[in-house]
Design a protein around this ligand. Structure first.
Ligand SMILES: [Zn+2]
Length: 159
């Protein structure tokens, strides 16, 4: 039995915040505004898994009104979701993600993001794809008002 999950996330960009993407701190004038550490990529990793398990969405599992999740390292959220994946008898097969961000260029950080996600999902790095693109100056991403990410994940029932 295999199941697929998908997720899209958007965060506002502003000064005075850190830009965390895939567990990597990216030096940038603008950071990602969020209740947690604002890691847009790890949020879609979590939510794609939640979707594959049909457990609702990220906000249902980790309410942004909760003090418990304020400023939290998003990799801890992925770890909690992975607990549920394993409890239900599944393992991750592969994941494919896209980051939409106008600036800065992410090329030099992609491999570290892939390694971080591979560790969190307990799979070899060759099963983790992270891609980055701009929107050619168009829309809220192009105006550097926000960052958008998407992830698609496949999980497989063990045994
Ligand atoms: Zn988010």
């Amino acid at each position: 039995m295999i199941r697929i999950g998908q997720s899209t996330d958007v965060h506002r960009l502003d000064t005075g915040y850190r830009l965390m993407i895939g567990g990597v701190h990216i030096p940038s004038q603008l950071g990602s505004v969020g209740h947690s550490d604002g890691d847009c990529l790890l949020h879609t990793v979590c939510e794609a898994l939640i979707g594959a398990l049909t457990l609702g969405d990220l906000g249902k599992l980790f309410p942004d009104t909760s003090e418990e999740f304020k400023g939290i390292d998003s990799s801890l959220l992925v770890k909690q979701v992975m607990k549920k994946v394993k409890e239900k008898g599944y393992r991750v097969v592969n994941i494919d993600s896209t980051i939409m961000l106008e600036s800065p260029k992410l090329r030099h950080y992609i491999d570290q993001m892939r390694k971080n996600i591979a560790t969190l999902l307990e799979i070899p790095v060759e099963y983790v794809s992270v891609k980055a693109t701009t929107t050619e100056g168009l829309g809220f991403v192009g105006r550097q008002e926000g960052i958008m990410t998407q992830s698609v994940v496949l999980i497989e029932k063990q045994g």
